[in-house]
Design a protein around this ligand. Structure first.
Ligand code: MG
Ligand code: MG
Length: 264
């Protein structure tokens, strides 16, 4: 069942998203060769708690960390640990914050220096697909319009759209109805109405759409071991507009490598 949010509830999610954006910004400063992924996770948890928030992912269905950190061929749900980032890696940082009972959810994939033009293209186009999807997330459209738009854009480049994992409603729970797939048909699926708050999160693979789960029970990686990108925002739908509640601004301000190329 889709729970429509009141203006007060959306205000709470906005407050949560503000902390989340800043937490992402704290992590962005630290992303460089040699940093252990668990060090990023520790900083995120410390920052979120200092602001009075709770890391949404920690202990969610038993997940052991505050960030999902997914490197290279890992699509999502990577567990932070002793791995040290190195030049040529891409790393997706996914984080959720609960504040005063409401969650927000956002993700960003960083390239370190030395990533091939080919993989930078994957990142740029996945980022663009997120914003094309958000542009479809307006009252009166349907969920399928979002997925159709993301899928048709990225498949032009021969990329694979992950089927097993999808976006979702966000609110008192991290994952609520409706599901928001990154694939679909125009005009199909639940209607978007004012008061919906949804996370849109394309997970786009350089090669096959197929994924496998590692033995740790969490890590999802591409079946062909090619890289995968993931960007996510939490958005609120109003009668006459859609607002992106989360932000990548702190990330893009604090991460020294200005990699995004709007002409790509
Ligand atoms: Mg997320
Ligand atoms: Mg999500």
């Amino acid at each position: 069942m889709v729970h429509l949010k009141t203006a007060e509830e959306i205000e709470c999610i906005r407050a949560s998203a503000k902390i989340l954006g800043q937490a992402h910004g704290e992590v962005a400063r630290m992303i460089k060769p040699g940093v252990k992924t668990k060090t990023l996770d520790q900083r995120a948890e410390e920052f979120i708690r200092d602001q009075g928030g709770i890391p949404s992912f920690l202990k969610y269905n038993g997940f052991p960390a505050s960030l999902c950190i997914s490197v290279n061929d890992t699509v999502v749900h990577g567990i932070p640990g002793d791995y040290e980032l190195k030049n040529g890696d891409i790393v997706s940082i996914d984080c959720g914050v609960q504040y005063k009972g409401y969650h927000s959810d956002a993700a960003y994939t960083y390239p370190l220096e030395g990533v091939s033009a080919d993989v930078l293209d994957l990142l740029d186009r996945t980022y663009k697909s997120l914003h094309l999807g958000i542009a479809q997330a307006v009252a009166g459209n349907r969920i399928g319009d979002i997925g159709y738009t993301i899928q048709s854009f990225v498949e032009e480049f021969g990329y694979g759209v992950v089927r097993e994992l999808v976006g979702h409603g966000v609110g008192k729970h991290l994952h609520e109805d409706p599901e928001v797939p990154n694939y679909g048909k125009r005009g199909k699926g639940p209607k978007l109405v004012a008061g919906m708050v949804i996370a849109i999160e394309p997970m786009i693979n350089r090669g096959t759409k197929n994924v496998v789960q590692e033995k740790d029970g969490w890590t999802i990686r591409t079946a062909d071991r090619k890289p995968s990108a993931h960007f996510e925002h939490t958005v609120a739908i109003f009668e006459d507009r859609t607002e992106i509640l989360t932000t990548h601004e702190d990330i893009e301000k604090n991460y020294p490598y200005k990699w995004r190329n709007k002409s790509r």
